[in-house]
Design a protein around this ligand. Structure first.
Ligand code: SF4
Length: 407
């Protein structure tokens, strides 16, 4: 027999869980004037798709991304000519725009290229699977520990000059492991697994540490979301065991485009951020890089990690809805989306609306046919004809001194 009845749509009783995300404690790693980790806001980054040798195009691409909020710009440097081009790109940015945090992306056997690029950029990204690249042998059946260590020694010798250069300039490195390009010896030793990804990163971290260099950022990316999540979780576990506190860069590689690309990225990045893991993010879309930045900000805003826009709460509408919710939400959004920091709710009826609009600063709620009620917090302020609803909402925000004119 049921003795206590709870309305089916009532909010669950609080069980004392603080919804604030507690971020993993990491050291602050500089990338130009932006810091990754150390309690700094989760930084947004992207990569231009112009050819680095097209100096004018690259400068314009970097500037375009920076102007819409991208905080760290990555540029590919596949050859020495590309690395040298970074000098002019940096100079032109300073002369025609401003200095911006730049990362050079180095691939196969890129030691000399990385050393050159390190003079002009703030951070060099290397891929442990490619930095010392040995062509896989098709007839290989095993890797002896002697062979494993021999390549390890070669990596050390090759990484050392880059580490010293970055260390002496107080710049930083990203050890960026990709699931799809693990070194052959890691594949033989650990398999194509999150463990192999983590061990690849740890090998490079240890070399950096042995040279007294700690400006290290780690990324473990995969195109399969569960692999990316598992690798980052394991990395955190291993770092905790080893007393390491390096910040993590999160991303799902080759996420694709459109809705599914955004959902994949959000599933991978958002899941980890919600657990306090992650200090900088990139959403990789097969679209113009400018399209990536709003997705990054939406993930961060949805999790309460950064506040870059108005937070709208709107009910999905149902048979009780008293006005065209989609249309009204669109109107409210168009009128108020520059009021960054505000929470505004648009709810279809007063039955559930006021209770469900959570912590909204203002509410626009269907009252009766043809009329809506405006709320400040949980208090109903006035009832107005629906046709005047948006204007009256603006008047209320103005009366409270919280309105600013759109630019
Ligand atoms: S707030 Fe009202 S109109 Fe909106 S979904 Fe809930 S019951 Fe339906």
């Amino acid at each position: 027999m049921q003795t206590l009845s709870t309305p089916p749509n009532a909010a669950p009783a609080s069980v004392g869980i603080d919804p604030t995300i507690v971020r993993r404690k990491t050291r602050a790693v500089p990338v130009g004037d932006v810091f990754i980790g150390g309690g700094h806001p989760v930084a947004v980054q992207s990569m231009i798709n112009e050819d680095t040798l097209d100096i004018e195009g690259a400068v314009a691409g970097i500037r375009r991304l920076h102007e819409i909020g991208c905080e760290i710009m990555r540029v590919t440097v596949p050859s020495m000519a590309h690395a040298k081009a970074m000098e002019e790109i940096r100079d032109r940015l300073i002369k025609t725009y401003q200095n911006v945090p730049l990362v050079a992306d180095v691939h196969h056997n890129g030691m000399k290229i990385a050393l050159e690029a390190a003079k002009y950029v703030d951070n060099v990204r290397i891929n442990p699977g490619l930095y010392v690249f040995e062509k896989p042998k098709s007839d290989r059946t095993e890797y002896t520990s002697a062979e494993f260590n021999e390549i390890g020694e070669k990596i050390r010798e090759t990484l050392k000059p880059l580490v010293i250069s970055l260390r002496d300039q107080n710049k930083s490195i990203r050890i960026g492991v990709n699931h799809g390009s693990l070194a052959e010896r890691m594949l033989f030793t650990y398999g194509d697994t999150p463990e192999g990804m983590v061990e690849s990163a740890l090998e490079f971290i240890r070399i950096c540490e042995s040279l007294d260099f700690y400006n290290i950022e780690i990324s473990l990316k995969a195109s399969r979301v569960p692999v990316m999540i598992a690798a980052n979780r394991l990395m955190v576990k291993r770092m905790d065991e080893l007393g390491m506190d390096y910040p993590l860069h999160l991303g799902v590689t080759e996420a694709g485009d459109g809705e599914y690309g955004r959902i994949k990225s959000t599933a991978g990045i958002g899941t980890l951020l919600a657990q306090g893991i992650g200090d900088t993010i990139r959403v990789s879309l097969t679209e113009a890089p400018e399209k990536e930045i709003p997705v990054c900000y939406s993930i961060l805003q949805a999790l309460g990690l950064r506040r870059t826009m108005v937070e709208y709460v709107a009910c999905p509408s149902c048979g009780r809805t008293l006005f065209n919710l989609e249309e009204v939400l669109h109107k409210v959004r168009s009128a108020t989306d520059h009021l960054t920091g505000l929470n505004i709710a648009v709810m279809g009826c007063i039955v559930n609306g006021p209770g469900e609009m959570a912590d909204a600063d203002y509410g626009y709620v269907g009252k009766q046919p043809g009329y809506i009620a405006l709320y400040r917090g949980r208090e109903e302020i006035k009832r107005v004809p629906e046709v005047d609803g948006v204007e009256e909402l603006i008047n209320l925000i103005k009366a409270d001194g919280r309105w600013i004119d759109p630019q």
